[in-house]
Design a protein around this ligand. Sequence first.
Ligand code: NAD
Length: 399
Amino acid sequence: MIISPKIRGFICTTSHPDGCAAHVQEQIDYVKSKPPLANAPKRVLVIGSSTGYGLASRIVPAFGGGAATIGVFFEKEGSEGKTGSAGWYNSVAFEQAATKAGLYAKSFNGDAFSNEVKQQVIDAIKADLGTVDMIVYSLASPRRTDPATGEVYKSVLKPTGDTYTNKNLNTDKKQLEPVTIEPASEDEIAQTVKVMGGEDWKLWIDALSQAGVLADGFKTVAYSYIGPELTWAIYTDGTIGRAKVHLEETAKEMNAAFGAGTAVVSVNKALVTQASSAIPVVPLYISILYKIMKAKGTHEGCIEQIERLFADHYGAANGPTLDDKGRIRIDDWEMRPEIQEEVEKIWGIITTENLNELSDFAGYQKEFLKLFGFGLPGVDYAAETDSVRPLPSLSSSPA
Ligand code: NAD
């Protein structure tokens, strides 16, 4: 079939298998252009490994350090005449490239929150690797079924205090319009913490520990975001921020159980991903941020961020550099005062009319399309392509 983008609000309902493969290859090439990782983990489990930060977290240790990787994700396989999800095609391309490079790669497509998927992963580690020495937890999900009770929890993106009004970019209409969001109820806050907090991260580590498949001195990292004050009401002080506080508390609990420095939260840069494009206010902030950081030569995408995480932090002789709250800060370049002062200045004056001049909305749109495999150089988008791409190691499919 010939595949073109079909954008509906903040999602694209089609994705291009060859474009996704080119996107994965671009990231592999970046990692291979950097020096090999020092102190690289050798057997890595990435939970949420098919897109965004998780995909980069699979590519970096594999191609920068020769690691065997197991990836877990929740994606849709393509069928005749119907495209699969980008994360599916990314994972197919990753596995093909890893196998070609002589690297072990196995993937599990299913609900990471379930006991079944945890058990399948444990069985694979026992059979193939013995233990894992690093676990990256990079899930972004709108809902979670509690495996103990069967109850379904839903996360929301809302402020927690007062009603919040700010500028928002309608990415479809390419226009700025005010957005007003009512504060979350206590129940909505609790549900968001259930989905995006640390409970499931700890369930994974406990299950792996009880099964005896964690290497001595293993490390685990999960991702968070802080950002500037202008996004705090919707992010850091909002429902998702509460979940991230829980994530940090969970890291402390795990460190008490497994040893200091075992579990760390890494605060990452705001980037265009499928998860972040759904957050009000954030796409406008990202468009402004990209413009400023590109002009200063400090712009990074997921792969550059995660390469820095593994090279500068996990690769350092004394381990990661932590802030006063025990977190890794690869959002350091985003948060530099000269960058944020500029963002604030532009935020105050940006309108629909000067959007293209004052922000990198064009870059935002390009990045958004790339997430789905569109706009990659060297891909013939007018040519017929096969939407059915089997995942070489497929072990299970979502029910
Ligand atoms: P993403 O949407 O690109 O990736 C989410 C991943 O989770 C995918 O691999 C998806 O398949 C997987 N997933 C979702 N539900 C699942 C389920 N039930 N079972 C198995 N897999 C499931 O998101 P992202 O932006 O890369 O976010 C990853 C983490 O990074 C999140 O914790 C997010 O808060 C954090 N983060 C993101 C940003 C940003 O700007 N994008 C910044 C800082 C931190």
